[in-house]
Design a protein around this ligand. Structure first.
Ligand SMILES: *[C@@H]1O[C@H](CO)[C@@H](O)[C@H](O)[C@H]1NC(C)=O
Length: 185
């Protein structure tokens, strides 16, 4: 009997760990030297890297760069397109920057180094809601009927239809844990 509460706590911790471990950490560009001027104006290594990956809410992006020479600015779509560095949403210049994708939708990053964004040192990442992970893999064109909750303002670059309800997965996970514990206690 005495060990039951401990077992319960252990199970809860384990289930939390399992949930957390789903979150991935992406080294931007797949290389410590990737946040840099692209080799040519037409090559878009950062865009190609972003297109080759699937980002989900809870994942994080990590940049490695020389904080004395460069920086990472999170900006609006408009400032991304114009390479406008004057009023970023967030500015990082610590040389080792981590940004968690806390909600679904597009994220826009540009370099704060003089002229670098114009030469292609910029990145768009679209974070997908975790709830749609399986559905999205099964059906390439999710129907708009699936969309509930606040849709992300459609950037006219229109990447992916996205919805943002975060609570649901967590609620489902907690219920699962409760049922599981119910069976054992
Ligand atoms: C850049 O953004 C600032 C503030 O957001 C604005 O005042 C300025 O006009 C913009 N510059 C360009 C070139 O769009």
């Amino acid at each position: 009997m005495a060990s039951s509460p401990n077992l319960a706590i252990l199970l809860v911790l384990l289930s939390i760990l399992c949930t957390l471990s789903e979150a991935k950490e992406f080294l931007v560009g797949g290389d410590v030297a990737a946040w840099a001027l692209p080799p040519s104006a037409t090559s878009r290594p950062l865009s190609r890297w972003a297109e080759a990956n699937r980002f989900q809410v809870g994942d994080s992006l990590v940049w490695k760069y020389d904080g004395k020479e460069d920086s990472v600015l999170q900006v609006t779509r408009e400032d991304y397109l114009l390479c406008n560095t004057t009023n970023p949403l967030a500015e990082h210049r610590d040389g080792s920057t981590s940004v968690t994708l806390s909600k679904s939708g597009p994220y826009y990053f540009i370099s704060g180094a003089e002229g670098a964004c114009q030469k292609g040192e910029k990145l768009i990442v679209v974070a997908m809601s975790r709830r749609h992970r399986h559905a999205a893999a099964a059906s390439p064109a999710p129907s708009p009927v699936e969309a509930e909750g606040p849709a992300v303002a459609p950037a006219s670059g229109g990447d992916v239809p996205l919805v943002a309800p975060l609570g649901r997965g967590l609620a489902a996970a907690s219920l699962g844990v409760a049922v599981f514990l119910g069976l054992f206690l």
